[in-house]
Design a protein around this ligand. Structure first.
Ligand code: OFO
Length: 169
């Protein structure tokens, strides 16, 4: 088989992880939408489809390899946030977690000498580097703007910044 038996379940599980990321960002988008933050809403909305694309990339790989996919329940995302600061920090932390998941999968593929999966995962390794750079950049910007989370100029500024990031994609 193209995929080592020990990788089949973990890859299936990552499909659920990517679906979770998509749900999480949709919830964050809705939170921002609800509070009249169009920039933050657009930014997270764009991430919803990106995460779906990550999920589909794994699905396509497994279909091509003829590996069975067992879907699991997608956990409910956190819905209560104190501020946009908490959301951005939450998203950054989440991306760090996903990076760990991808790293674990990649080292397992290497250990089992599953070079097809190892090769497929290189795309995710690069993608996670981009995600980390992106979210860390927003956290840095937030700190630079002196944004504490309260409504005011800094919040409007951050929302506009997120709008620019969303349009640049
Ligand atoms: Fe946000 O990169 Fe997939 O999960």
């Amino acid at each position: 088989p193209m995929i080592h038996a020990d990788l089949v379940q973990p890859l299936s599980h990552q499909i659920t992880n990517e679906a979770y990321a998509s749900q999480l960002y949709l919830q964050m988008c809705l939170w921002a939408e609800d509070r009249g933050m169009p920039g933050a809403s657009a930014f997270f909305r764009a991430h919803v489809s990106e995460e779906m694309a990550h999920r589909d990339r794994l699905v396509d790989y497994m279909i091509e390899a003829g590996a069975p996919i067992k879907l699991q329940a997608v956990p409910a995302p956190e819905a209560e946030y104190d501020s946009l600061v908490a959301i951005v920090k939450g998203a950054y932390e989440h991306e760090q977690k996903v990076t760990q998941q991808i790293d674990d999968l990649t080292s397992l593929a290497l250990e089992r000498r599953d070079f097809n999966t190892f090769n497929m995962l290189q795309w995710f390794v690069a993608e996670q580097r981009e995600e980390i750079v992106l979210f860390r950049g927003i956290v840095d910007y937030m700190n630079l703007a002196g944004f504490t989370g309260a409504p005011g100029d800094a919040l409007v500024n951050l929302d506009r910044y997120l709008q620019q990031l969303a349009s640049a994609k």
